[in-house]
Design a protein around this ligand. Sequence first.
Ligand SMILES: Nc1nc2c(c(=O)[nH]1)N[C@H]1C(S)=C(S)[C@@H](COP(=O)(O)OP(=O)(O)OC[C@H]3O[C@@H](n4cnc5c(N)ncnc54)[C@H](O)[C@@H]3O)O[C@H]1N2
Ligand code: MOO
Ligand SMILES: [Mg+2]
Length: 395
Amino acid sequence: MISAEEALQLVRQYKVTLEVEEVALLKSLHRVLAQEVKADRDFPPFDRVTMDGIAIRAEDFLSGLRSFPIAQLQAAGAPQTSLDQAGTCIEIMTGAMLPRNANAVVPYEVCIIQDGIATIQAEQVVKGQNIHVQGSDEKVGATLIAAGTKITPAMIGTLASVGLSRVQVYSLPKIAICSTGDELVEVHETPLPHQIRRSNAYMLAAALLEEHLQANLFHLPDHPELMHENLSSIIQEHDVVLLSGAVSKGKFDFLPHVLEQLGLELVFHKIAQKPGKPMLFGTLPAGKIVFGFPGNPVSTFVCYHLYFRAWLQASLGLPPQQQSAQLAQPITYKPALTYHVPVVLRNEEGILKAIPVSTTGSGDLTSILKAKALLSLPTNKTEFKEDEWYPLTLL
Ligand SMILES: Nc1nc2c(c(=O)[nH]1)N[C@H]1C(S)=C(S)[C@@H](COP(=O)(O)OP(=O)(O)OC[C@H]3O[C@@H](n4cnc5c(N)ncnc54)[C@H](O)[C@@H]3O)O[C@H]1N2
Ligand code: MOO
Ligand SMILES: [Mg+2]
């Protein structure tokens, strides 16, 4: 049996190779950029006026002049004008190109305009004031966003600015979620006393939606031939298969055997951890990836968050997310297993404190209703003291 740390390292090594596809600008939100984004022109592209007011030559003001006849009006979006005559001004709007020969913009608030003459009441005017100089943010050709970055709304603004109406992004893996077990019925059905509803499949699908990933949902019966037949066609159609249940020691836990028949290259089966000990991970022919999450709801949820998300980050070329928090109360845990404790979080003067939530075990769906994260207590100790720092995984 491998350790939780080894399992994490291993899943990160089995990333899938994602193709590059082109999508419409807004569809690129939350996707991973597969191209470098460069400035197609200087940022800003011209000397941009930053206040509504008048454009003058600062020298005229310095020579004592205070009243400037208005020669022209220039709006944003109009071609550049020219301040040809010394001692005059051009009324100018925010976002307009600075007129040729002008070098300062005086806001309306410190001018009085009467009969076509602007009189400046400011104490001083400095050359270059209220002008956003061409190329002062970025020069044409500069890299604005590196490939491999997850696209945020702010980045959509930059992509739009440089004219990328279509964006190259890495394609998304095709994901299947399969629940297993003859005790499961559909959500809309009323279970008989010995049945339960298929909650894990929906919980996983929702967790994927939070990553902006869609999945197809399936159910596999507790029957080796039928499981083989169904799973074989599911694998053909998907890059990644997330399975829930049927990976432990039970008489109906057929998955490991069926997967082996389907060409599984096992990377590991069983991790020294609680919950989620019987988790399975491996590859299938044609570079497909399979995660076999233990069926207990908390185990499925915990293993998804610890291992699938680490795998996804690695496959998308994103750095691992590492965080830690302080245990808020002592815990004794004797088994030689990494104990992933469900916790809520509290910020105490800048220190993140993890407070364990009560749970009856990995069948306790309600514990993950309360928990916001997992605090992973390592195997090399049995006494975990208050204020000690441990790795944290957000749920
Ligand atoms: N003799 C042993 N028994 C068990 C061991 C062990 O080491 N030795 N490990 C236990 C642990 S830990 C876990 S976790 C479970 C994992 O079991 P399986 O992955 O084989 O899952 P199932 O047997 O199919 O189901 C377990 C449990 O989860 C419920 N379940 C399954 N799928 C769903 C679903 N989609 N939605 C809601 N609930 C689901 C299922 O009804 C069972 O109650 O094995 C222990 N046993
Ligand atoms: O590891 Mo199992 O996940 O405790 O129920
Ligand atoms: Mg079982």
